[in-house]
Each structure stands twice: as structure tokens, then as C-alpha cells.
Design a binder for this molecule. Structure first.
Ligand SMILES: C[S@@+](CC[C@H](N)C(=O)[O-])C[C@H]1O[C@@H](n2cnc3c(N)ncnc32)[C@H](O)[C@@H]1O
Length: 274
């Protein structure tokens, strides 16, 4: 374990924030298919939206163009700082309407069981403390929060009756993910793909700066994305009736779109029906 390593999920991302942001900016520009997919899944309008693990804020423009109020949460100070300050109109639409956006150093905090993780500064996002949302979006963040069996029920609680959940996360062969050489090969492959798509030398360098960053390599060695089969099973259990895909948006992407059941009708006023 390297000296800079902490168990804290937010601190893991602090030193990666700007490299991650540049990496995403390159990919969102060269291949907008993920942003387009997301835009097709998020409801056209609503009151409250939550971006869970918002990172540098890639999806805040989309959410703030459709919802009256957006809560953007992330346990990384540096990520949240970028989300709060960088104006991005590059991904799926106009820059964020910041008057609608609230930023909070917070995240999903499941019972960590035996773990010694200590994140006293992290505000847990729960339905009890934050209420429920008409849309909950989380992209590539939930596997950082803990085991799916503990994390997903907390996420489900956050969706208002009739609300929409749009989740994407990394899926991978766990043996590959644990192998440092595989990550180096992944960086080479990603850089070659960027070049094929017409990216500049600067774009290729941005890919390497993230995927070969020592902190990135340390973090991925400790993180535990689900296998495609594990993702499909865990998400189908947590979100019955959800539309789940594995590998369709990219070999390493699993997605889950779920509409929460509508609130049961209130008690029937028998007297007024007579
Ligand atoms: C790979 S980034 C994805 C960021 C953003 N959603 C995007 O699409 O670019 C993962 C993010 O998850 C955040 N994260 C880590 N642990 C978390 C938790 N327990 N709850 C919520 N977010 C968490 C990290 O701080 C990081 O910003």
C-alpha cells in the first residue's frame, strides 16, 4: 500500500480530478454516444434531480436544463470544486444553469461491515436526510461506494414514486481489473482509439495522464467493479423490471434504467362515493 493511499473514496479522487476531467472532455468530444444515451434516458422535465458521484460535473448541464433543482454530490473536494467552477458546454448541451444547482460534499455511505474506513466528514445521502428525487443519475461512481448489495438499496430509496433512475457503471472481468499490465494495455488501447477518432497529440497525452497516473493505478487495484453477469444479477435484484444492459454502450459499461412504481392511491373516501 503506497503512502498516499487512504481508504477514503473521496480522497482517492482528489489528485485525479483534473486528469479525469481532461480525459472525459476528450472522450465526450470525440465520441458523444454516452452523453446522447444519457440524454435519451433522463426525463425531459421535473422538480428535483440528483447526480450521485458527480465528479467534475459532466452531466450537470443536462440535468440543470431539465430540472428545477439539481443536487450534485461527490465525496472528493477537488472533483466538487471542478464541478462548481468549470463551465462546460462541450458534452451534451449548454453550460449549467448554476442558479439551479446545489453542490455538496456527500455520497452514498453504506454500512462498511468489517472495514476500517473512516470518513467522518462525508455526509451520507439518504432519503431520510435529503428527501427523494424525480431523477437520480449516477455514472461510474457506485462501485466506489461499496458492495452492490449494500449500496443499491440506499440508491433505490432516493427515487421518488414514479421517478427515474439512470445508472451506468464500470463492468469488467475481475481478474483483468486486478492486473496492472492489463491497465497499461488498456491505456495504450484507449490512446490508439483516440488517435483513430481524430484526436490530437494533446488528446492522446490526456488519456495517458489519467490511465497511467500512479494514483489511478493504485485506485483501480483496490476498486471492485462487478463482472457483467454480477452487474446484471445485482441490478435486476435491486431494481425489479429495470432495463439493464451490459457491454452495449462500450465493453466496460453496464447500465440500468428503472422507473419507480407510482405511489399507491390514497385511501378511498368511501363516504364521498355514496
Ligand atoms: C469515475 S468518477 C465519475 C464522475 C462522474 N459521475 C462522471 O460521469 O464523470 C467516480 C466518482 O465517484 C465518486 N465517489 C466515490 N465514492 C463515492 C461515494 N461513496 N458516493 C458517491 N460518489 C462517490 C468519486 O469521488 C468520483 O468523483
Amino acid at each position: 500500500v503506497s503512502v498516499y493511499w487512504t481508504d477514503s473514496s473521496g480522497q482517492r479522487f482528489d489528485s485525479l480530478a483534473s486528469a479525469y476531467d481532461e480525459f472525459c472532455a476528450v472522450w465526450d468530444r470525440l465520441d458523444p454516444s454516452f452523453g446522447q444515451w444519457l440524454a435519451g434516458q433522463v426525463p425531459a422535465a421535473g422538480e428535483r434531480a440528483l447526480d450521485l458521484g458527480c465528479g467534475p460535473g459532466r452531466h450537470i448541464p443536462l440535468l440543470s436544463s431539465r430540472f428545477e433543482h439539481v443536487l450534485a454530490v461527490d465525496p472528493s473536494v477537488e472533483m466538487l470544486q471542478l464541478a462548481h467552477t468549470v463551465d462546460r458546454a462541450d458534452s451534451v448541451g449548454p453550460a449549467a444553469d448554476r442558479s439551479k444547482v446545489e453542490y455538496q460534499l456527500a455520497g452514498i455511505l453504506p454500512d462498511r461491515g468489517e472495514s476500517t474506513v473512516d470518513e467522518p466528514w462525508l455526509i451520507p445521502v439518504t432519503a431520510a436526510s435529503h428527501g427523494q428525487f424525480d431523477a437520480v443519475v449516477s455514472v461510474h461512481a457506485l462501485h466506489h461506494a461499496g458492495p452492490a448489495g449494500r449500496v443499491l438499496p440506499l440508491v433505490q430509496d432516493l427515487v421518488a414514486p414514479g421517478g427515474r433512475l439512470v445508472l451506468a457503471d464500470i463492468i469488467t472481468d475481475p481478474d483483468q481489473w486486478a492486473d496492472g499490465d492489463w491497465h497499461v494495455a488498456r491505456a495504450q488501447h484507449s490512446a490508439a482509439r483516440v488517435q483513430q477518432l481524430g484526436g490530437s497529440a494533446g488528446d492522446v497525452a490526456a488519456v495517458g495522464r489519467l490511465l497511467l497516473h500512479p494514483q489511478w493505478l493504485a485506485m483501480v487495484a483496490q476498486s471492485r467493479p462487478l463482472s457483467p453477469e454480477g452487474f446484471a444479477a445485482a441490478y435486476a435484484t435491486a431494481f425489479p423490471g429495470a432495463v439493464i444492459t451490459v457491454g452495449q454502450l462500450g465493453p466496460q459499461f453496464g447500465t440500468c434504467v428503472w422507473t419507480a412504481p407510482s405511489a399507491p392511491p390514497g385511501p378511498v373516501d368511501v363516504a364521498s362515493q355514496r
